[in-house]
Every structure is written in C-alpha cells, then in structure tokens.
Design a protein around this ligand. Structure first.
Ligand code: SF4
Length: 469
C-alpha cells in the first residue's frame, strides 16, 4: 500500500480517490469490518434489554457532561488523594510538552506505549522522538502501523487494513525475520521484540478508557496484556485522557464495560481490565512509583458548549460506527486522513483540527443512519453530521461553485416565473449536453452518477393536454 497524497484531513477528496482505487486495501477493510459486525451481532443478543442499556449509557454520559467541571474536580481530588499527580492540558501542544517534560525529568530514554487514540490525537510520537526518546508501540496493531510508518486506520483495530501477507512482508523487511503469514508466528515475533523492551523501559504511557469520579481510579481495557505490562513494569506511568472519559461512579462502569467490549470487538469481556488507583503503595510489589494523569481539553470545552457537537463527547471509542458505515467500509480510516475516522471522526475532526484543516469531513457520509443505530451510547451521529454540514456551509467551507449553484437554485425555487424560465432553458439545452443514452453530461458529477435529461414536456403540459382531450 502506498500513498501519493499526504495522509492529512485537508486531503480527504484525493485520499478517498486513492483508497477507492486500491482494491486490496478495500478488500481488507471490508472483510475486517464485516467480521466485527457479525461478532458484535452474536453477543449483543445476550441482553433482551440492549436498547434500555443504550438509553441508560446515554443518560449517564449526559449527566456527566451536564456537570463536567464538578466531576472533574471530584476525580482530581480523589486521584490526588490516591497519590497520582493530575495535570491539565489546554491543547495538544501543551499535552505534548507536559508528557515530554515528565519523561525528561525522569531521564527517560525508552518509553513503551499502549494503544491510545488520544496520544495519536496530540501527535505525541514525533515530539518524543524529537526529544531523543525512543518510543515503542506495544499493542500488536499499533506496533504494525508504527513499523509501517502509518497512522492507525481504525479506533480499536489500528492495522485492520493490512492482510497477514502484508504483515509478513513488513516483518521480513523491517525486522529481518523469515517471511511467514502464520498469525501465531507473527504474534510470537512481535512478542519477542516487545517483551525485551518492557523490561528496559523507563516510562509507560497509556490512554484511559474510563475515569471514575467517585474514587479517582482510571480503567484501561485491552486484550493483549501489553497495557498492563506497559503501566506496571516501568517506574513511571503517564496516563493521557480526554476530559470526556469520566464516569460518575464505579457502579456505572459495569454497564460501560459490557457495552464497550461487545461493540468494539464482539467479545463479552475484554481479556484484561485494569483499574488503577494511584501509584504503587509501600506494601505493594508491582506498579509504578509515580503516576501522572494528563487531562486533555483540546477543543472539548468548545464542543461541550456547542449543542451541535456536545453529544459527540459521549463517545466511548468503540469503533462500531466505523464498522457499520458504508463510507468507512469503502475508504477505510486512511481515506479520511485524520486520527479519528468513520462517522464519529467526520463529526469531531473539524472541531479538533479546525475547519481549515478538515472542511470536507461532515460530507463523508451517506447519512443512512446506520451509525446512530449501532452506537452503544446512542449518539445521534447522522444528525450531528447534518448539523456539521450546516456549519461548514455557514463558515463558507464548501466550494464556491457549489455555493453559487445552491444560491441560484434557492432563487429559482422561490419564484414561479424564474422556475418556469429555468425549466425552458434546461429543456432547450439538454439535448445539446446529453449522451447517446439521453442522460446529461455534467463535468465530474455524471462520472459516477446518472443525470437524466429533463423530459421534453413538463408534468403541467401533460396535465393540460389531458384536460383538453
Ligand atoms: S460514536 Fe458511538 S459507535 Fe462510534 S465510536 Fe463512539 S461510541 Fe462507538
């Protein structure tokens, strides 16, 4: 797989075209998303009240967002009471600086990272590298995309766009091992490399799946055990979390764990669920000596105040909306050029990266509503996308020609005389701009769509003729 266009949000139209032409990439994405959907469908039926659970999860997140400052204060005070150091970062640059400063203050040379979308969001890897700190992704999928020099293509399955043959060739080239496409052997190769690094790492960096306001604990779920090793073997653990990750109390966690595992990977429970309540205590044998929790805003406060975006903060990053989205299934995560892809990425990327960087994202949707139907926290995703489209138009982010045509269309639709005149002009010009099949040829538009020529006689003409008979 190669990209001729830089994988950046502003290049979405070109990236989409590239991904559509890459048959192998599309086949891998379609196979993986289809497999995830089948697995999810099997385990969701465990509960006859799944819909009620979705409602409950929605209400809990709504409650948290309604009182976010209070829950943040409660979490901070409990986490500090348990011995953690809690830091706030207003934006990505501040978060990067905080993490690098912590690493350098502990003279870190090697950092092990467990999978975390928020550290991708703040582009932490290049900053650590610039500070001379080696960083190793320890989740297998993340390790694969790191070796390939790519960004993750899915929230929960970063290397879902790669076949096992791709991974076999990648390991052969980058690790100098014999080619194999046997998943067990590939996993064993990665494990050999990673295990060694865990033992030497100075700092472990993780994301946070849930933060519990009533105890100050953070919860991390995973399937490979790499997160547990990353946060317990090094002397220092840095957990980076978006401020929306809060839950009010430990009691709500059980609902969210059931929903996250089923929606993300079609499992009843992820293999490892770690609840971390401060750093290692004197009488304990395992765990880091220092725990830092970096709470990231990076546009979330603005989203909280914006009724068009507030609900997007309920997201628990399960990835189910990506799997079910017909657009994502065609173009995969790299087609969006952004860290967050799929329907949720199309909603939040303009908010996180700015409209100048991501003007087209809300349009990367068919608005079919499959994302809203599958979302475990019942985010009304397709209506959020529609509202973001309205925002893009109001901010003048749509192409000039499109704005001109829509403006003209509005004028015509408001005036019966103009409507009749436009119809006459169209019927006169249509034969001059039609192909042999009688369809109009509209540059770019009709390459992939049929634009039927207007009929020679209007409905009104036909009706009048009928009356005259
Ligand atoms: S928007 Fe909903 S379905 Fe999509 S990743 Fe977030 S929680 Fe999952």
């Amino acid at each position: 797989m190669s990209f001729h266009v830089p994988v950046e949000p502003r290049n979405l139209p070109l990236l989409v075209r590239e991904r559509l032409c890459d048959q192998a990439y599309r086949a891998n994405v379609l196979r993986a998303t289809g497999f995830s959907l089948v697995k999810r469908a099997r385990v969701v039926t465990d509960f006859h009240d799944w819909e009620n659970m979705r409602d409950a999860a929605h209400r809990i997140k709504e409650l948290v967002m309604d009182h976010l400052p209070a829950y943040l204060r409660e979490f901070e005070s409990k986490a500090r009471g348990a011995g953690a150091e809690v830091l706030y970062a207003g934006d990505a640059a501040e978060a990067r600086r905080l993490v690098v400063d912590i690493c350098t203050s502990h003279e870190a040379r090697l950092v092990v990272k467990s999978k975390s979308m928020v550290t991708e969001e703040i582009h932490l890897g290049p900053e650590l590298a610039a500070a001379g700190i080696e960083t190793l992704e320890t989740d297998l999928g993340e390790y694969i995309v790191q070796l390939a020099g790519e960004i993750p293509s899915h929230i929960t399955a970063p290397a879902l766009h790669k076949s096992r043959q791709d991974i076999g060739r990648l390991f052969q080239q980058r690790l100098g091992v014999e080619y194999t496409e046997d998943p067990e052997k590939l996993t064993a190769i990665a494990r050999r490399v990673l295990r060694e690094k865990f033992l030497w790492a100075d700092v472990g960096i993780s994301g946070v799946n849930f933060a519990l306001a009533d105890t100050g604990a953070i919860c991390i779920v995973e399937n490979e055990g790499n997160a547990r090793l990353s946060i317990s073997l090094p002397k220092v653990h840095i957990a980076v979390m978006g401020m929306e990750k809060l839950l009010p109390d430990t009691a709500s966690l059980s609902l969210f764990l059931k929903m996250l595992a089923r929606s993300a990977t079609g499992q009843r429970m992820t293999s490892y669920t770690s609840l971390i309540h401060g750093p290692r205590r004197d009488q304990e044998q395992d765990g880091p000596e220092k725990l830092y929790i970096v709470i990231l805003d990076n546009g979330r406060s603005r989203m909280l105040k914006n009724p068009d975006l507030r609900e997007a903060l309920y997201c628990i990053r399960c990835g189910a909306c990506l799997n079910t989205c017909p657009v994502y299934q065609l173009i995969g995560g790299h087609g969006y050029g952004s860290v967050y892809s799929g329907p949720i990425g199309a909603v939040i990327t303009p908010a996180l990266e700015g409209w100048a960087e991501a003007p087209y994202h809300p349009f990367a949707s068919s608005l079919c509503g499959a994302c809203s139907d599958i979302c475990p926290v019942k985010i009304d995703l397709h209506h959020l996308l529609l509202r973001q489209r309205g925002n893009a138009v109001r901010k003048g982010r749509t192409p000039g020609l499109e704005r001109f045509l829509v403006h003209g269309w509005r004028l015509i639709m408001q005036s019966p005389a103009l409507y009749r005149l436009a119809g006459k002009i169209m019927r006169f010009l249509a034969p001059l701009a039609s192909d042999k099949a009688g369809n109009m040829v509209v540059p770019r538009w009709s390459v992939q769509r049929v634009f039927p020529s207007p009929p020679r006689r209007t409905f009104k003409d036909l009706w009048r003729g009928r009356e005259e008979q």
